[in-house]
Design a protein around this ligand. Sequence first.
Ligand SMILES: Nc1ncnc2c1ncn2[C@@H]1O[C@H](COP(=O)(O)OS(=O)(=O)O)[C@@H](OP(=O)(O)O)[C@H]1O
Length: 680
Amino acid sequence: MCTTGCSRVIAICLYILAGVSIVCNIILFFPDFSPEFSKNDQITEEVKYMGGFIGGGILALIPAIHIHLTSSKGCCNNRCGMFLSIGFAAAGVAGAVYSLSAAGLGLAKGPYCEYVDPKTPTATGEWIRPFENSTGSYLEDKKLWGGCMKPEGVVEFNLTLFSILLFSAGVQLVLCLIQMVNGLFGCLCGTCAGDKGAVESREEGWRVQVMGPLRYRCPPLNIQPASPPLVSTSSQICRPHTHLMFLKTHKTASSTLINMIYRFGDQNELRFALPMGYLLGYPFEFNVHRIKGYRGPGGGKYDVMANHLRFNKAEINKVMHGDTFYFSILRNPLKLAESSFAYFRDICPAFRKAKSLGDFANNPSKFYNPHARNNHYARNLLWFDFGMDANVNFSEELAHRGEALIRKTFKLILLTEYFDQSMVLLRHALCWPLDAVVSFTLNAAIYKSPKDKGVDLSLTEAQREKLREWNALDWHLYQTFNRSFWEDVRRFGQERMDQEVALLRTRRDNLAHICLRNGGKRVEAQNIRDKGLRPYQCGSIRILGYELQPDLDNATAQICMKLIRPEMQYKELLDAKQFPKALSSTVESTTATDENEPVRIAALLRGSGGRASTSSGATGCGRASTSSGATGGGRASTSSGATGAAGRLPAVEPLVAAGRLPAVEPLVVEVPLVVPGPGL
Ligand SMILES: Nc1ncnc2c1ncn2[C@@H]1O[C@H](COP(=O)(O)OS(=O)(=O)O)[C@@H](OP(=O)(O)O)[C@H]1O
């Protein structure tokens, strides 16, 4: 029997015994079943102590109720409930001892009665406790009992009821002691329900258990967390997550990540919350009306939300499933500032006014107007993307509050600098196959090339420090989530992590060898022959892409294309798939452009060589709305004939089957998705 079952048996026994004790104690007030003797104060002190009522009754009932709750679904069927049951059981022990003592004394001293000594039957009776000093020996000599004239049969009455009380208090004592041990086991080892009943969150190392209107605080116990582990073990059976919300933070490798998410969703027919253009209302806080085709509360939930948006939990909740897995990625704010400075320089006034990143770092406030449009790219950009006010002064309290808010919702925070380790954690958290998280670095820029005049990103140590201070809220997030990240890695196992990272890298090398020209050397957009594979260019910075190996057969080309298809083209492909009738003109007519989004993608998709013109009045690199220039609703054509038509493209298995790619052991998947296997 497990701890829960044991609790149930104990609770039921305690209920019965408490009831018996209360009834016996009450009856003891009425010898000869008459109220007369109580009225005349002709009952013993032991009855008046009410050991059976208070000790064996009330003090046993309270633990019984709690112990019962630990055994049934609800508030207390968890480690915390079990821990508390130890205290309740201790109260039960105290009650039982009290009842036991009162009953023992009552038995030993005998009843109060009108007594006539049997040796002198003619004498008149007097109200005394005739056996008070007999230390219980009167119980063996029944002849003495006859001396008690009134109340009639009081010795038997006394004997029976106190014996019952004595017995039940003894059993209660044993039961409560057992529950103390059982509670300790339940607390250390978990209940049969595996703590499912509790709604738990972490707060300063204390676990808070919400129990209806009550809140229990349990001391931190040095035991494994009761919640399921973040990562699965290789032998664990798990079910792939298909409800995802990825907060696509800026300049953090989020385009590489979204490629994986697109691939997986595409492969498994997931429903995406797609933007009308390329942003879900960014930089304004997310609002459900930014989702293309949103039909109101009855329009059903989305499986995946991943495009750039400013986080707004309440709105996101309206359209995402309750079990959605929230995750995001952070980057060292200094590296992020370099990337952001280079990429957003043309649209962010604070950056534009500065001669170099170092110049900006020397005195950011000189260049920064918090009210100017697009200046959010210049300060605490991560904090801003998470939906918080990035312009407030740093304080420890604020930083911790922001951190706590993020922790409350986001199950996993990845790090750009440890991208491969992040992918291992992610794939285990999501129960995805290895191939679903193999990727090539997308959206990478080349700076400091002689051609990139004007983008000087060099920093002195003092300037670095100033930038850290300027982005203090982001710096706090990065540091704290960096710590948790490595705690997760430690829990996962460093050796296991190293093995999986090596496997992931080998897989990437294999795929690069098969798929990519020059073994995966990155190429400037205008040199990519297949115009559909040219990445979007922003401002004066060069964003690199890849070329496919020439002479790939059609099936292989289609597999490989998915890995390097730039974000916008992939989004258009998914859009065309999800809104089949909304090809070209229809898409265009139903698409409202975000106020802040420039219209530049058309040139890209038409294949103008990558660098989008800003002459259309476009104000920035915010990923424009689609246009009729999107070939076939965004179906980027390729020179190799892999058209990327809307519909499912083959996964990597054909490459494995053909012996070109080694097989890898997948996680054991409990329920296969629509299409089992790697999500390429
Ligand atoms: N796998 C991997 N590992 C490490 N770094 C990577 C990876 N993939 C992309 N990147 C770098 O991420 C930067 C682009 O970030 P985003 O794609 O998030 O940018 S965007 O906000 O969507 O425009 C960009 O950084 P910079 O080159 O410094 O600008 C990319 O090089």
